[in-house]
Design a protein around this ligand. Structure first.
Ligand SMILES: Nc1nc2c(ncn2[C@@H]2O[C@H](COP(=O)(O)OP(=O)(O)OP(=O)(O)O)[C@@H](O)[C@H]2O)c(=O)[nH]1
Ligand SMILES: [Mg+2]
Length: 332
């Protein structure tokens, strides 16, 4: 199960109480105050870890409590400080306060840490309060309470290229052709229910990450279909590939393109403004040349490149060339 959202509550540990004690020992009259300080409570820390890929753990368990500091003791013994509680989250987790929505951090680098709840300091023992005028103080402080915080964790995938399109456009087929990712492929809508990442290796150190996302439909930004949940993963992509099946029986390709861009804009203006490439899919099977040419003209009108592919035959090229109106058939 792919989980990209979680609400958790974290409690840092309280500080230990300071101790009030006096040294009492044979042959040591008026031994003086010797109450030690309390130890520090444990903090709760989030750690971005590449080994964790979803927020699933935080669905099963939502309350996390760090240990408290131990109390101070007599004979000037300081209480032991508690260890921090480290919660591992996937790289790409965005952390916000649950109620206010206030953004705390974007953990987008491996090993990045964020203290989300600070442990309480230990209280001072009475030995600390001894002075020239008060040599037998009875004051000792209680430990400070640890912080408590409700958090909203949101995972945004870190991909360079995002594949978007209506269901059945051929997104999963494309990613399985260009990377080692093997999402389920089938001739019915909503085959893909969760995002898949694939690494495209171009040799040497040149590689990039592609995200295959569940199909979008009209009204997605308001929650229709699989909804806008997955649009957030597109937010970080540098480039969007907008896949269009010109033979889609459910919609006219031009209307589809407009509708999908409307969904992006409805989710956030930044999404609609991302560099976008139109990709006409299934060139091996398409008969509707006029539909394809309309898509091509639309793309040219918006200053977007338009490519044609067939994930089945491996055909790839500029739509203008492949669907040249003078040639009789589509070369494979
Ligand atoms: N002929 C042909 N069929 C294709 C091509 N690419 C995809 N298909 C078919 O189109 C159907 C849908 O492909 P998918 O890759 O599952 O589509 P999707 O966009 O991932 O769909 P959802 O996950 O439901 O959003 C499948 O039956 C594929 O075999 C292609 O290049 N040529
Ligand atoms: Mg799919």
């Amino acid at each position: 199960m792919f989980v990209d959202e979680a609400l958790i509550t974290v409690f840092a540990g309280d500080g230990g109480n300071g101790c009030c004690s006096f040294r009492r020992e044979k042959y040591v009259p008026r031994g003086g105050p010797d109450g030690g300080d309390g130890g520090k409570g444990g903090s709760v820390v989030l750690l971005a870890d590449r080994g964790v890929s979803t927020l699933l753990t935080y669905r099963y368990r939502t309350l996390f409590r760090a240990q408290r500091g131990r109390h101070g003791l007599g004979a000037n013994k300081t209480g032991r400080s508690a260890d921090d509680l480290v919660l591992r989250v996937p790289v790409g987790t965005v952390v916000a306060e649950a109620e206010s929505g206030h953004l705390l951090a974007d953990l987008d680098r491996e090993g990045q840490r964020l203290v989300v709840a600070r442990g309480g300091r230990g209280g001072r023992g009475n030995a600390r309060f001894a002075s020239s005028t008060n040599r037998a103080p009875t004051r000792s402080d209680p430990g400070e309470a640890g912080e408590e915080r409700a958090l909203r964790l949101e995972l945004k995938l870190l991909a360079d290229v995002g594949l978007i399109g209506f269901p059945n456009a051929g997104k999963s087929t494309l990613i399985s052709r260009i990377s080692a990712a093997r999402p389920k492929i089938a001739g019915y809508p909503f085959t893909t229910l969760e995002p898949h990442l694939g690494v495209v290796d171009r040799g040497g150190y040149r590689s990039f990450v592609v995200a295959d996302l569940p199909g979008l439909i009209e009204g997605a930004h308001q929650g229709a279909g699989l909804g806008h949940r997955f649009l957030r993963h597109v937010e970080r992509c540098r480039l969007l590939l907008h896949l269009v099946d010109p033979a889609d029986p459910d919609r006219d390709p031009l209307e589809g393109i407009e509708a999908l861009n409307g969904e992006l804009a409805g989710y956030s203006p930044g999404l609609a403004a991302k560099p976008q490439l139109l990709v006409v899919t299934k060139a091996d099977a398409v008969q509707e040349r006029d539909r394809v040419q309309a898509v091509e003209r639309h793309a040219a009108g918006h200053g977007r490149p338009c490519l044609t592919i067939s994930a089945v035959t491996g055909l790839f090229g500029e739509t203008r060339r492949i669907y040249d109106s003078t040639s009789a058939s589509v070369p494979n």
